[in-house]
Design a protein. Structure first.
Length: 169
């Protein structure tokens, strides 16, 4: 009998799906270039959005570390699954925090002409690199969830989604 993962709690699930929604919104709204920050309303919106995204991810990190638990992989899962899961989650948090902090750095550089050179270039490079890495990590995360749903059938995906219909009889 395959060991079944214990479900995450309501708060953990809520933080997970709010995080996913904020990331999706951030990617779809996007900016074409930094010069758009000349619009004061957009400049303010970007700062507020970054602070909300960063706060939700920080709360999520603190909650899972202190209360919710970081993984639902069964103890019997192979060591490689535990290692990849941990690396992907660390990468997800690191990418999001890099996006948030570099975005705030870009706003600071845009508002402070003295920081427009090397600082601004470094912030833009970090922001763009993180925006490229994050989707790859998200796809790996989703592939892992599907692996557990379709191949391992150990309840790991359902620990975050609830019980979904089975694809087998």
């Amino acid at each position: 009998m395959t060991e079944t993962a214990k479900p995450h709690g309501f708060v953990t699930k809520g933080l997970h799906w709010v995080s996913a929604g904020l990331l999706a919104f951030g990617y779809f709204k996007g900016l074409d270039n930094v010069s758009q920050l000349a619009d004061p309303a957009l400049f303010q919106f970007e700062i507020i959005f970054a602070l909300i995204l960063g706060s939700v991810f920080l709360l999520r990190l603190l909650w899972t570390k202190a209360v919710g638990g970081t993984t639902r992989l069964p103890d019997s899962a192979p060591t490689w699954e535990h290692k990849i899961s941990k690396l992907v989650h660390i990468g997800l948090y690191a990418s999001v925090f890099a996006i948030v902090l570099s975005g705030l750095g870009i706003a600071l550089g845009f508002a402070t002409p003295a920081l427009s050179g090397l600082f601004m270039g470094a912030m833009i490079a970090l922001h763009e690199a993180s925006l490229v890495v994050l989707p790859a990590l998200l796809m790996t995360h989703i592939a892992g969830a599907l692996w557990h749903k379709l191949i391992r059938r150990d309840g790991v995906m359902e620990s975050m989604t609830g019980r979904l219909p089975s694809f087998s009889k």
